[in-house]
Ligand binder design. Structure first.
Ligand code: PEP
Ligand code: MG
Length: 574
């Protein structure tokens, strides 16, 4: 969207991908080599491709080392995925086949790239859609190595700039020098694209997904990139520059203040201490979790490991991933949720039937209990990984006591199998369940005898309590975390669990919502698990609250008739 403002300046709105404000001259990167322009590659095309493949692998290994030293393991791990892709038969074989049928190597790479990019871009899951950028990245590298053309030469940038491009590949982003690149703006990409993740790790403000950006901006033009709001201002006037400079200074001050809280506990002014944990999708999210002061991992969504693969990940692959997360957390608790697929998360190789109501269907623990051969692999990997840290296992979408008993039965069967094979296993794993269904919330007193802890999955609990599909934008206004019905269920869960000395966390979005935190604190929630970036502000808020006051207000909220009334009650604490 372009908003004309004043005579010259143009404001565009994209997706805020990495926080901070950058003001500087635009350096536009064009994509001549990759936009279909063909360069001849002489000689045997299969051999040329093989050589380019080897050279690309070597480059990626070097780049990984370099990024690991300069930026850290989190950023470097992006390149592990690239190495895996270069060895993946579903990428390499079609290229070889196309060459075998007479295509030149460059066209074969371009055609395969296009096919896979189209496939990924059409996937429903945002994370998978953005893997298209990784395929583009490795394909471009292969083409460069086939044609002998050069990549962007960052060394040639003489003064600090704002890099503007259609898309910035992870390789390009990783090589940005934060002292020369003030910020970046791209036409494509989303918040979870690897380029965005790298920009956050490098601390470079970035806005992505800005439609028509390249048609509005010229090389060398002054530009403002606001990575907090997603705004881009092209050719700003002096007043606008001044406003953004002031905003940047204020934001930098807030960030510096929040960073000081990193190693502090989340304790209220009257001494009530809660745990702030992070939600992760895999081991590469551990570094930002720690950097933001996470005391634990409250939810490891293992389904991403399954989505990243073409077949179910093996026991060894799962073990390595869980072990890496546990080792990264250095003894702090890591709650690993067993496979939660179905609903909006479909995995082709699992052959799940098409259902009329997938959210009420064969999903999560229901499917796992019916497919013990699949479930056991994960349970075995969990027992083995448990030797490397403080692992807690958690079952999703539990609706009754029998499911918990069956899941535990399979869990202990997996342990027995491993012991019989003389494999090292954890001595004990804490066992928890998610409370996502009203039926489960209502029988927490019964479920408590079977588990060590509970974690409220508010994302699903709200949709099932209010009867509102969490994906349907037409009824989004009815999806109300502060609906008194939802609050009463949460209060019941916490009270019933506490009566049996079981702890209660929350790992849905509500736990990181600054409006809801005082209320949840007042209801007695023990652990708040959220995206890592939300932790510092949540901690600051908790440190400013009185738990006694919060519980008085929470009691009033429970007596309210509607969400607006709850909101009014909470305003007293703001
Ligand atoms: C939830 O339902 O609150 C939850 C954390 O699980 P997911 O969002 O993965 O369904
Ligand atoms: Mg859920």
């Amino acid at each position: 969207m372009a908003l004309a403002k004043g005579s010259e300046e143009t404001m565009l709105i994209g997706i805020a991908a990495s926080p901070g404000i950058a003001i500087g001259k635009a350096l536009i990167l064009t994509e001549a080599v990759f936009a279909g322009e063909k360069s001849e590659v002489n000689g045997d095309q299969q051999q040329a491709f093989q050589e380019a493949l080897e050279q690309s692998k070597q480059e990626i290994i070097l780049l990984r080392q370099q990024v690991s030293q300069q930026t850290g393991e989190e950023a470097a791990s992006v390149f592990d995925a690239h190495l895996l892709m270069l060895e993946d038969t579903s990428y390499v074989d079609p290229i070889r086949e196309a060459i075998g049928q007479g295509a030149d190597a460059v066209s074969a790479v371009q055609a395969t790239m296009q096919q896979l990019v189209d496939l990924f871009r059409n996937m429903e899951d945002e994370y998978m859609r953005e893997r298209a950028a990784d395929i583009t990245d490795i394909s471009r590298r292969l083409i460069r190595n086939l044609t002998g053309s050069t990549a962007v030469d960052w060394g040639a940038i003489a003064e600090p700039v704002i890099v503007v491009a259609h898309d910035l590949t992870p390789s390009d982003t990783a090589q940005l020098d934060p002292s020369l690149v003030l910020g970046f703006a791209a036409e494509s990409g989303g918040r979870t694209s690897h380029s965005a993740i790298l920009a956050r790790t490098l601390g470079i403000p970035a806005v992505v997904g800005t439609k028509a950006l390249l048609s509005k901006i010229k090389d060398g033009q002054l530009v403002i990139v606001d990575g907090d709001t997603g705004n881009i201002v092209i050719d700003p006037d002096a007043d606008t520059v001044m406003q953004f400079r002031q905003k940047a200074a204020a934001a930098a001050q807030v960030r510096a203040e929040l960073a000081l809280l990193k190693d502090q506990a989340a304790v209220t002014i009257d001494g009530c201490c809660v745990e702030l944990a992070a939600n992760i999708g895999g081991p590469r999210d551990i570094a930002p979790a720690l950097a933001n002061g996470a005391e634990a991992i409250g939810l490891y969504r293992t389904e991403f490991l399954f989505m990243d693969h073409e077949a179910a990940p093996t026991e060894e692959e799962q073990y390595q991933a869980y072990k890496a997360a546990l080792e990264g957390m250095q003894g702090r608790a890591v709650v690993i949720r067993t496979l939660d697929v179905g609903g909006d998360k479909q995995i082709a190789y699992l052959d799940m039937p098409k259902e009329d109501n997938p959210f009420l269907g064969w999903r999560a623990v229901r499917m796992c209990l019916d497919r013990p051969e699949l479930f056991k692999v994960q349970l075995r990997a969990l027992w083995r990984a448990g030797c490397h840290g403080n692992l807690k296992v958690m079952f999703p979408m539990v609706s009754n006591l029998a499911e918990v008993k069956q899941a535990k039965h399979l869990l202990f069967q997996a342990r027995e199998e491993l012991l019989a094979e003389d494999r090292p296993v954890a001595r004990k794993l804490q066992i928890g369940i998610m409370i996502e269904l009203p039926a489960a919330a209502l029988i927490v007193d019964q479920l408590a005898s079977e588990v060590d802890f509970f974690s409220i999955g508010s994302n699903d609990l709200i949709q099932y309590t209010v009867g509102v599909d969490r994906m349907n934008e037409n009824i989004a206004h009815l999806y109300q975390p502060l609906h008194p019905g939802v609050l009463r269920l949460i209060a019941m869960v916490i009270d019933a669990a506490h009566r049996q000395d079981k702890s209660v966390g929350m790992c849905g979005e509500m736990a990181g919502d600054l409006t809801c935190i005082p209320l949840l604190l007042g209801l007695g929630l023990d652990e708040f698990s959220m995206s890592a970036g939300s932790i510092p502000q949540a901690k600051k808020l908790i440190q400013s609250l009185s738990a006694t006051e919060c519980s008085k207000v929470a009691a009033k909220c429970l007596a309210a008739g509607e969400a607006d009334e709850v909101r009014k009650q909470l305003a007293v604490l703001a």
